[in-house]
Design a protein around this ligand. Structure first.
Ligand SMILES: Nc1ncnc2c1ncn2[C@@H]1O[C@H](COP(=O)(O)OP(=O)(O)OP(=O)(O)O)[C@@H](O)[C@H]1O
Ligand SMILES: [Mg+2]
Length: 342
């Protein structure tokens, strides 16, 4: 039977909510469209449709940046609208419990902000607990976190990459980098502008990334892209090559590889030995880049495992934590220290 217990993954690109006994009940863009001062006109995927197209008096905002809350008021409005929509479908949220996944490598104040956000929402939850994102991610990726084998997990999302070493059910090291799919899109847009004098939007850059980037083979694929000519100011179509966009994305990926190496250098030797034996697991939506496993394998020397639904590993991990009693202790209330830190 469905109960009022929910898990939330606040992704920069998309917000995912799981309901115990039911499944994933929300998976939409973390976007809000506001007209004037505070008239919310759309949220989620509908608001994203307006992104890059709206007139000046409509603000289309992603309230999360690099894994943390960048605009508290917009985030609260977005969450309240989501809860309102969901309550029409699933009934009132009164007395609900929440488990929120938060990145490990953010400040305690930033973690507390997620807690306070849900706590101050229209739902007024009865109980709130936090789970470290890398732990939920590992469970969702099918890694047995309770055994003594060290594991390396790399979640490449939209605005972050979280590189974590886990052992015996805990996090040994974790680093959150401000690099993900958004930065790959920006790199593609910058390369296209430089090479073809063509300004393309973020959505076009993302679609080029999904269609063209491939590190598994030398590719002579091309795709057409529409944009604005920087010189004439007029709309124009150009043929974009895979070689150009591969190179653009590679530069951002190189800094992820550098940080994976740094984390490995700092990993205690016994755990590092496990990682060398077992390899790394990549998750997050950006792990869908074709040939990324091959590229990471050749640049780090480690075996790379991919998850079929990388964008959903964190919310899938939360689902296990909600459904299976042996994982329940992984969700903890806010530490007192978060408040003493004020
Ligand atoms: N097949 C694919 N190829 C390349 N990139 C992809 C593919 N599918 C999704 N992505 C990228 O994955 C990103 C979204 O991933 P995900 O849902 O894991 O991010 P998020 O959890 O919202 O963000 P974050 O974890 O950084 O806060 C987007 O940048 C998107 O372009
Ligand atoms: Mg994510």
């Amino acid at each position: 039977m469905a109960t009022k217990i929910f898990g939330i993954d606040f992704g920069t690109n998309s917000l995912k909510i799981y309901r115990k006994g039911e499944g994933i009940i929300f998976n939409q863009k973390s976007v809000i469209a506001i007209k004037g001062r505070n008239n919310v006109i759309a949220i989620g995927d509908e608001a994203f449709e307006m992104y890059g197209k709206s007139p000046e008096y409509i603000q289309v905002d992603f309230p999360l940046k690099h894994g943390a809350i960048a605009s508290l008021s917009n985030m609260l409005s977005l969450l309240n609208c989501i809860f309102l929509d969901l309550s029409r479908q699933y009934g009132k949220f009164r007395g609900a419990e929440f488990i929120i996944a938060t990145p490990y490598d953010i400040t305690e104040v930033e973690k507390r902000a997620f807690y306070d956000l849900v706590d101050s929402s229209i739902v007024r939850p009865k109980r709130l607990r936090l789970v470290e994102k890398p732990i939920a991610d590992a469970i969702g990726a099918g890694i047995n976190i309770s055994n003594s084998q060290g594991a390396l997990l790399v979640n490449i999302g939209a605005d972050t990459t979280e590189i974590s070493i886990l052992s015996m059910g805990g996090i040994v090291l974790s680093k959150l980098l401000p690099i993900g799919g958004n930065q790959f899109d920006e790199a593609i847009a910058a390369a296209v502008r430089k090479k073809y004098n063509l300004m393309i939007g973020q959505k076009t850059a993302e679609s080029i990334k999904r269609n063209l980037v491939d590190f598994s083979q030398e590719s002579d694929l091309t795709c057409k892209a529409y944009g604005r000519d920087v010189v004439t100011g007029l709309p124009r179509e150009r043929e974009i090559t895979a070689a150009l966009v591969n190179q653009a994305v590679l530069e951002s990926l190189n800094s992820i590889v550098e940080d994976i190496r740094t984390i490995l250098e700092r990993t205690p030797p016994e755990i590092a030995a496990d990682v060398y034996a077992n390899g790394m697991t990549i998750t997050g939506g950006s792990s869908g880049i074709l040939g990324l496993d091959k590229l990471l394998q050749s640049t780090t020397g480690l075996q790379v495992s991919l998850c079929p639904d990388g964008a959903l590993t964190v919310i899938n991990g939360l689902s296990h934590i909600l459904e299976e009693p042996e994982y329940s202790a992984l969700a903890q209330p806010l530490k007192e220290s978060y408040y003493n830190d004020k």
